[in-house]
Structures are given as structure tokens and as C-alpha cells.
Design a protein around this ligand. Structure first.
Ligand code: FES
Length: 187
């Protein structure tokens, strides 16, 4: 299901696609736009052409930002809550922020096996370790490979439209399963 918000500004109607569309492969917005032109023009036609659209309508697709920088000092960092399912990585803080199935999580970027970085494979919709290929679901659950637990989760809490991540502790699913399960917020 595709979620849209219709707006109207000074006589100019527009439709903002805020959910239901997977991330578009590409490392820059220009690459993503070119990919959409080549392989995803059905989306533009679906949203803009009749019977759902009309001639003066324009559309915007909100895509997840793949790299993000948090703000804050000390052990807490603040990040805006994304409008749609997405994976964002703050490399400086070594944290992955995931919005998935109406929940928001913060994972350690390091694989729990030997601490290599994990990467997000958008087309396969999962995380994978860059060293021994352990695999994890979008909410950090281990599915295969040499690792023996889920991705480690940081404690998070919601403040207005931001998620606050506490970076000085981490929950490991094999040591504290209940804390690991609860380390997320509803969005
Ligand atoms: S470091 Fe990730 S599976 Fe070994």
C-alpha cells in the first residue's frame, strides 16, 4: 500500500509519497532519480495520471537518507524520526537507525561476531556483515552466519519528533533478551 499526503499551496496541488515504496538503489539522489526514471516510472504515472491524479498535480517521493549525523553531546545523540521505513547510518557514532514496521531501533554498526561493519542490502531487505556474511533482518534479528546473536541495540526513547539514543550502553540479545526486545520505540 502506498501512503500519500495531498497538499495545496497557493493554488498548486501536490502529492507527497511518504510510505509504501522501498528505497531506490543509488548512492546519491541523482542516481536514485535516474534509476526511478528508467525502472520506476509506473509510480509517477500511478500518482499523477487519472483516475487518481490530475493535470496540475505534482508529486514528491520521500526517500530514506542513507547517511545521517546526529546532534547532541555526551552519551546521548538525537536524530529526527524518519517519515517512512528507512535505514540511516551515522558512521561517526557507529550507529544504525532503522524505522521498520512502526518501530524505531538503534543498532551498533559492528557485527557481534568479530566487530566488522554490517551493511544494508536494500534489494535483499536485510543487513549483512562485511567480513563473514552473517545476515540479519531489518529489526536486527540474526538469521544466518558465524554470529551467534542479534545485532546489539542501544537504548532509545522518543522526544517529540526525535529519537534519543543513549550510546554508553548496549543490549546484547544473548545476555539480556528482555531489554533487547524492549529497546525500540513505537512510531
Ligand atoms: S565479523 Fe560478522 S560474521 Fe564475523
Amino acid at each position: 500500500m502506498i501512503h500519500c499526503v495531498d497538499t495545496h499551496a497557493e493554488g498548486e496541488p501536490s502529492r507527497i509519497i511518504v510510505g509504501g515504496v522501498l528505497d531506490v538503489p543509488g548512492t546519491t539522489m541523482l542516481e536514485k532519480a535516474r534509476r526511478l526514471e528508467r525502472e520506476g516510472d509506473w509510480l509517477r504515472r500511478l500518482c499523477l495520471f487519472e483516475p487518481r491524479g490530475s493535470a496540475p498535480l505534482s508529486a514528491d517521493l520521500v526517500l530514506p537518507v542513507s547517511v545521517i549525523a546526529g546532534s547532541g553531546s555526551g552519551p546521548e545523540r538525537s536524530y529526527p524520526i524518519p517519515m517512512a521505513d528507512s535505514v540511516n547510518i551515522d558512521r561517526k557514532a557507529q550507529v544504525i537507525l532503522v524505522r521498520y514496521a512502526n518501530r524505531m531501533y538503534a543498532f551498533a554498526l559492528a557485527c557481534p561476531h568479530e566487530h566488522a561493519a554490517v551493511k544494508w542490502l536494500a534489494k535483499d531487505h536485510r543487513f549483512q556483515c562485511t567480513k563473514h556474511d552473517s545476515q540479519y533482518t531489518p529489526d536486527g534479528k540474526y538469521t544466518s552466519g558465524k554470529a551467534t546473536r542479534n545485532l546489539d541495540r542501544f537504548p532509545v526513547r522518543k522526544e517529540g519528533s526525535a529519537v534519543i539514543v543513549t550510546m554508553d550502553r548496549v543490549f546484547q540479545s544473548d545476555q539480556n533478551a528482555s531489554a533487547w526486545n524492549e529497546a525500540g520505540i513505537d512510531v
